[in-house]
Design a binder for this molecule. Structure first.
Ligand SMILES: Nc1ncnc2c1ncn2[C@@H]1O[C@H](COP(=O)(O)OP(=O)(O)OP(=O)(O)O)[C@@H](O)[C@H]1O
Length: 591
């Protein structure tokens, strides 16, 4: 039942917005008062007709203003006050609702983003970034649109029905009964419509997300598309996603367009009843002329807002479909909370894997039965075929995933018990995929320690063999990089990433293929500085080029997620297994 779940979404939203309760109440009150003032002129018109027709016997005369002229003046003053009040409260509700919309959308977006940042890596693999962007952008905006105008309209329609109903009952209960017979039909129709529209709008939101996902995926891969001259095919795929959105909206349009004419016909019945029956009663004298005027005018006032109900419910449905998506996202449980125990300083950097087992749910591969100790201050090299599980071990060490079996220890403490910031704060990672943020080269190097001085940044850049190319750039350290900045080569990016990790100066440093994209000369240079880099810290190197790992204290060969061989370079050559074979291939000694 969509309307049930829309109201549930509304209830969830109100629970989320508990801190705004006073502002919501104030805005609602202004909407109600404004509407009451808005209906009042119709009643004044009726009273004015009563005054000119009945003069000394009029309703106002009964209040003490016997003279018809005085009565008109009193009505004039009242009209002025009512219009003034209406304007004042319109100003107030506009300000309150629209500012509430701004506050709520901004807070909701920030909360959702902060929640998102804390979710497991597994979550990001199961959800495309385009979908997530569409929730954080489009869905939040949809809610803003509803709060901007829709919430007020919904409240005012309700107030109109109740207030006009009260006036009808006072003036003529009999006509009230007739005039209001269409209302249950309309309300039923509105809910019927809502039930139909709910799933359709959920579908529309879904399609917006898919479209966004397609767009961001394609823009990210534009070079691949061009190199395969696949523009036509991709345009076709985008057309499909775009057409699916049109199609979803077509269903929504079909339903929402039918609603208004149907409702108008229902209201017409009520209007005709008032018009004809009221006229007849006035003619035979059982209804006051002014009261007849009020009734006819007020049925008009009832008519238009109720036709608008469809649009408001439309907006409400869209907003609730969006709210559900946002709040569902915020309900995804966070596993990596920051409540663990602190890691006592000084951190030595000893790492121990104990019978570690893990597989990715998506691909059912991973690592099995890894037991390994890396004494503090030593260098471990992980080698092995592509896809054998080397990076997976690192991701487990950083707690991007939870192991299925076994445990990892840092300085004899189980890492899943540690405070996450203590764990990750003591590990520097230079990963295969280097990500540069919008900002200068200096900002990027100092990402882990924004307070670092220029001299420290330069020293880190020198150690990472990055200084030479930075120096040659016209703006040096201040050169902007990232999407809007200078494009750096793959090797240059890797060296920036290395400098970034070195500046953080962590007790444990992981270089995952950190020299894969650099030329031989730079690699040799990094090799030389590696000894310097390794000094006083635990270093884990992942490399395909075995020349990089010769110096390591311990070399572990991973094969299909398991440890196949281990030892020193010389020891492994002696074993004459996988490592030795690979070494012969790489040094050109293979037969
Ligand atoms: N997020 C993931 N979801 C599912 N499977 C994954 C995921 N990440 C990696 N895998 C799979 O796990 C296996 C190990 O991958 P891993 O990245 O650890 O290999 P690797 O040894 O580091 O490879 P390379 O040397 O190419 O970097 C691979 O078969 C890979 O397809």
């Amino acid at each position: 039942m969509s309307h049930a779940s829309s109201f549930r979404a509304l209830a969830r939203l109100l629970r989320y917005a508990a801190g705004y309760r006073r502002r919501i109440v104030a805005a609602t009150a202004c909407s109600i008062i404004n509407k009451l003032f808005d209906i009042a002129p119709e009643i004044l018109i009726g009273i004015a007709i009563d005054v000119v027709v009945n003069q000394e016997q009029s309703f106002v005369a009964g209040l003490g203003f016997v003279e018809a002229r005085d009565q008109i003046l009193v009505l004039g003053v009242l009209t002025f006050l009512i219009w003034g009040g209406e304007s004042l409260f319109e100003y107030l509700y506009q300000i309150l609702w629209r500012n509430l919309a701004q506050r709520l959308q901004s807070d909701l977006r920030q909360d959702a983003y902060q929640h998102l940042q804390r979710l497991d890596m597994g979550f990001f693999e199961g959800n495309s970034s385009g979908q997530l962007v569409s929730i954080l952008n489009d869905d939040v905006n949809q809610l803003e649109r509803f709060l901007d105008g829709g919430a007020n309209s919904l409240i005012q329609v309700f107030v109109t029905v109740v207030a006009v109903g009260a006036v009808f009952v006072v003036l003529s209960p009999q006509i009230a009964l007739l005039a209001f017979t269409p209302i249950p039909i309309i309300i039923w129709g509105a809910f019927y419509f809502q039930r139909k529209a709910g799933p359709v709008y959920a579908e529309v939101r879904e399609k917006v997300g898919e479209l966004a996902a397609r767009l961001s995926n394609n823009l990210g891969g534009i070079a691949t598309i061009k190199s395969f001259t696949a523009e036509a095919r991709e345009a076709g795929r985008l057309r499909q996603a775009s057409e699916a959105y049109v199609e979803a909206n077509r269903n929504a349009i079909r339903i929402s367009s039918a609603f208004i004419p149907v409702i108008r016909m229902a209201i017409l019945l009520g209007f005709l009843a008032t018009f004809i029956l009221g006229g007849l009663k006035t003619l035979d004298g059982s209804l006051n002329v002014g009261a007849y005027g009020v009734l006819v005018f007020l049925t008009q006032r009832l008519l238009w807002p109720l036709t608008g109900l469809a649009q408001v419910i439309d907006l409400f449905e869209r907003a609730m479909a969006s709210t559900r998506r946002i709040l569902d996202l915020m309900r995804v449980p966070v596993q990596n909370d920051d409540t663990g125990e602190p890691l006592p300083a000084p951190v030595r950097g000893e790492i121990r894997f104990e019978r570690l087992g893990f597989h990715y749910p998506a691909s059912r591969v991973g690592v099995q039965d890894i037991s390994l100790t890396v004494p503090a201050g030593t260098t471990l090299a992980l080698v092995g075929a592509t896809g054998s599980g080397k990076s997976t071990l690192i991701k487990l060490l950083l707690r991007f995933y939870q192991p299925d079996r076994g445990a990892i220890y840092l300085d004899d403490r189980r890492i899943e018990r540690l405070r996450l910031s203590d764990l990750r704060g003591n590990i520097g990672l230079v990963s295969q995929e280097v990500f540069l943020f919008e900002g200068s080269i200096r900002d990027n190097i100092a990402y882990g320690r924004p307070e670092a001085g220029v001299a420290e940044v330069e020293a880190a850049a020198r150690l990472a063999e990055a200084w030479e190319f930075i120096e040659r750039l016209p703006q040096g350290l201040e050169t902007p990089v990232g999407e809007r900045g200078v494009r750096l080569s793959g090797g240059q990016r890797q060296r920036l990433s290395l400098a970034r990790a070195l500046l953080k100066d962590p007790p444990v440093l992981i270089l995952d293929e950190a020299t894969s994209a650099v030329d031989n000369e730079t690699e040799a240079a990094i090799q030389r500085s590696l000894r310097h880099i390794a000094h006083g810290r635990t270093l884990i190197l992942i490399a395909h080029r075995l020349s990089t790992v010769v110096q390591a204290d311990h070399i572990v060969v991973i094969d299909r997620g398991e440890i196949a061989e281990q030892g020193s370079h010389a020891g492994l050559l002696e074993q004459n297994g996988l490592y030795a074979a690979q070494w012969r291939v790489q040094t050109g000694m293979a037969d």
